[in-house]
Ligand binder design. Structure first.
Ligand SMILES: [Fe+2]
Ligand SMILES: [Fe+2]
Length: 272
């Protein structure tokens, strides 16, 4: 099941946390343990501490009593281990901390978040989304996940060089995005031969603007060429597919924020 947008900023933190947990678990020798413990302390200061306290503040009241208690307990245990690294400089237990962190994140993703998604009201989730937008903004310049700010630019109040971003992107799919309370914009980039398979978006109209390179968009059987500066409005309910003819081919999709839920399924590269 796709994560509710209100919880996605926490889940993006979890991606960083799982990578860190893995390197804590697998550090092969003392030198590597020392290095990864140093990384963990840095992560604690710039992200993890904030993540823990925001989960307790925002998710605690939405969770059952038992789950809220487990959340606080596991945070406390992990925080104590991390503090011990700082005060003793003893790094022999990195694998234990890695496993605690890993298991904690897995529990949140597999049990806590689904339980909240199932029991919270729409108003709860909308309030939560406004709060986690703030969390996302604080991660904008994260040294732990430098690409995250590029992908989720929620403060695009300055001029953005879309063509430059499209040329700089090296992987396919969403290359940059911004979101306001009302609007969602995503810069999508493909290599030649890639694109989006035919699908129907029933939720909102999409305005598509060509940014870089050339591609073909088929809307309800009608073929349109997309080039930089071209604009195409795709009404909701229409079937559309996208195919890149150059590397890169990039375009900006703009729509009401509601379609966030759609992008996951529709954004996988389809080689043809
Ligand atoms: Fe947590
Ligand atoms: Fe978490």
């Amino acid at each position: 099941m796709k994560r509710h947008p209100a919880l996605q900023p926490f889940s993006r933190d979890h991606n960083v946390g799982l990578v860190l947990a893995r390197s804590l678990q697998t550090a092969p020798d003392n030198g590597a343990r020392h290095e990864v413990a140093r990384k963990l302390l840095e992560a604690w200061d710039v992200e993890l501490k904030d993540h823990f306290s925001e989960e307790e503040r925002l998710l605690g009241p939405l969770a059952s009593e038992g789950m809220a208690e487990r959340l606080r307990h596991e945070h406390r245990v992990i925080a104590e281990w991390i503090e011990a690294f700082r005060t003793t400089g003893e790094y022999g237990t990195t694998a234990t901390v890695g496993t605690l962190l890993h298991d904690h994140i897995r529990w949140e993703e597999r049990e806590l978040f689904p339980a909240i998604e199932a029991s919270a009201t729409e108003e709860d989730l909308e309030r939560l989304a406004r709060e986690t937008d703030g969390l996302e903004a604080r991660r904008h310049d994260s040294p732990l996940a430098p690409r995250r700010g590029e992908l989720m630019d929620r403060r695009a109040s300055q001029v953005v060089d879309l063509a430059g971003l499209a040329r700089a992107a090296s992987s396919s799919g969403p290359a940059w995005g911004c979101a306001t309370d009302d609007l969602n914009g995503t810069l999508v980039r493909w290599a030649e031969g890639e694109g989006v398979a035919a699908h129907v978006n029933d939720v909102v109209d999409v305005m598509m603007v060509g940014v870089e390179g050339r591609g073909i968009v088929v809307v309800d059987g009608r073929t349109e060429a997309m080039t930089p500066g071209a604009l195409l409005v795709i009404p909701k309910g229409a079937e559309r597919s996208v195919a890149a003819e150059t590397t890169p081919f990039a375009y900006l999709n703009i729509h009401l924020k509601r379609t966030l839920q759609l992008s996951g399924a529709a954004m996988r590269p389809s080689r043809r």
